[in-house]
Write a protein of this length. Structure first.
Length: 509
């Protein structure tokens, strides 16, 4: 989840790390090939007769990626243009070169044994100029999707993942309601072009993270600081964009690509970052955490299920412009949940004026601490590791929204193979516990298939099941990849894996 919008800290990290240069990986099994794919498929793990932790037969086992973070060379994207302006260089560069190596990546997904693979399309490639669609790029993504489908894997396609064509930015970005129509036209075209191959669609990744990152933390092109009305406006526009795209996709994608009886299953991916009062007995912290949780975690799901709009995000749906919008209602076929960690919320008295911390909801005058006080178990980006929170939120969201859940992202920034393996198992235990509690969890998609461009942290964070050597783009297996592959092939976690990864990794500063 893109929550580390501390531009100054990020800048320091980037410069300390040599600005986007690849760090050396501690992968366990580096191959000399330019492709870690098992050509002779000799690593296939036979399903074990009985797993210690089992999952439903039709469970969706997946991996998750985004186009911008893996492809490289997205010159017409506002994020690239912004980096050139702010950092005087394109920090993303060639990324993992997945634009060219999409077959290689599909091979890796196949080796893992997954049955679903979340990929993305870059709007800026499809529509580099307003209203002018690039036929060659439409054809390119067709090949990308065919590579996935051809390996017996269902594609889940994300249409917007934090980046826009530069012309969208030039017309005012997501604050301009015209962007809604532009996005819907693009979404319709994508569904028409690939509906015969794709059933699972995610219109927008983490709209609230985008809106708050853009308007409160200046973490995206065209951004501002502490501008809550902007965050509310952007999230409202994105909700209408999602809903209209939902209807457009349903209208044009009428082909059931995988033969399961459904032709278009559409949702968003929403980051759920549970917020807790920093001081559990402090009334200000308690109220701030409540408001934070509403706006950041629940409002979008609430609006897109009930149709009740809260345009200024204040928790009240009776203000002018609020109310019921039929086109918004029932536009989620499942809840797409991205989970990484929780957060602490601290109320700050007005006397301190504009907030100098992480202004996650400044009008309510509070700040958020993404991280606890060290020492605690955390990924390389400082995010705490909290599988118990995962279980809690699955139960809570199932209770509140009554929709199936697909985990569209869950992962950890680490180069330690034991840590990633343990992380995966602990989070799958949480999913299993939720299933046992009656929660309809349909699938789990690990972020990410391969190491990739982690936004303002560039290449300093590694989330991949496969290690990528960025200068050469060579992919290689990691211990985490081996573990996930064994689980996916077996459809559950064996006793042997439970024993091998029984101990939590040591807590570090
Ligand atoms: C997000 C995104 C991904 C991130 C991932 C790791 O949640 O920010 O969907 O783009 O890379 O979450 O931080």
């Amino acid at each position: 989840m893109h929550r580390d919008f501390l531009p100054l800290i990020c800048l320091l990290i980037l410069f300390a790390a040599g600005c986007g240069g690849a760090t050396s990986g501690e992968n366990d099994q580096t191959t000399a090939d330019d492709d870690a794919h098992d050509q002779d498929d000799d690593t296939t793990v036979e399903p074990t007769p009985s797993n210690a932790i089992d999952f439903p037969d039709d469970f969706l086992w997946g991996v998750s990626t985004s186009a911008f973070q893996t492809e490289g060379g997205n010159v017409n994207s506002d994020f690239t243009q912004w980096m050139l302006k702010v950092f005087h260089r394109d920090l993303c560069g060639e990324a993992a070169d997945s634009y060219d190596l999409y077959e290689t990546d599909a091979n890796l997904a196949q080796d893992l044994g997954v049955n679903i693979y979340r990929i993305g399309i870059e709007w800026a490639r499809i529509e580099p100029q307003k209203g002018k669609y690039d036929e060659a790029e439409i054809e390119h993504y067709r090949k990308v999707i065919e590579a996935v489908v051809g390996r017996g894997i269902k594609p889940m396609v994300t249409l917007h993942h934090f980046t826009n064509p530069q012309w969208v930015q030039d017309q005012g970005g997501w604050r301009n309601a015209e962007t809604i129509a532009s996005f819907v036209a693009y979404a319709r075209l994508m569904a028409k072009s690939y509906g015969d191959l794709v059933d699972y669609w995610l219109t927008i990744n983490e709209p609230i993270i985008y809106a708050s990152g853009l308007c409160l933390m200046a973490g995206y092109p065209g951004g501002s600081i502490n501008n809550f009305p902007c965050a509310a406006e952007v999230s409202t526009n994105m909700m209408f964009a999602h809903a209209r795209a939902y209807h457009a996709i349903k209208e044009v994608d009428t082909t059931d690509a995988d033969g399961d009886g459904e032709s278009a299953i559409v949702s968003i991916a929403q980051a759920i970052v549970p917020g807790y009062p920093r001081r559990p007995d402090n009334a200000g912290d308690i109220e701030s955490a409540r408001m934070y949780d509403y706006f950041m975690n629940k409002m979008i799901f609430y609006t897109l299920t009930t149709g009740e709009l809260d345009a200024n995000g204040d928790g009240d749906t009776t203000d002018e412009g609020d109310g019921y919008y039929e086109e918004l209602a029932g536009t989620l076929d499942f809840l797409g949940v991205n989970f990484y960690n929780s957060i602490k919320v601290l109320h700050v008295p007005l006397i301190f004026g504009p907030i100098a911390g992480i202004p996650c909801y400044p009008e309510a005058n509070f700040i958020c601490y993404p991280h606890g006080r060290p020492p605690y178990l955390h990924g390389d980006n400082g995010n705490p590791i909290e599988p118990e929170e995962f279980h809690k939120l699955l139960v809570d969201y199932a209770d509140e929204f009554h929709l199936p859940i697909v985990i569209t992202e869950n992962g950890v920034a680490t180069t330690d193979g034991y840590f990633r393996s343990w992380f995966i198992i602990e989070h799958l235990k949480a999913v299993r516990a939720a299933l046992d509690d009656g929660v309809d969890v349909r699938g789990y998609m690990h972020w990410s298939l391969i190491d990739n461009f982690e936004w303002l942290m560039a290449y300093t964070m590694r989330f991949g099941l496969f290690h990528v050597d960025f200068p050469t783009s060579i992919r290689s297996w990691t211990e985490g990849g081996e573990t996930y592959s064994a689980i996916v092939h077996a459809g559950g976690v064996s006793q042997e894996l439970l024993d091998r990864y029984a101990d939590a990794p040591p807590v570090s500063e």
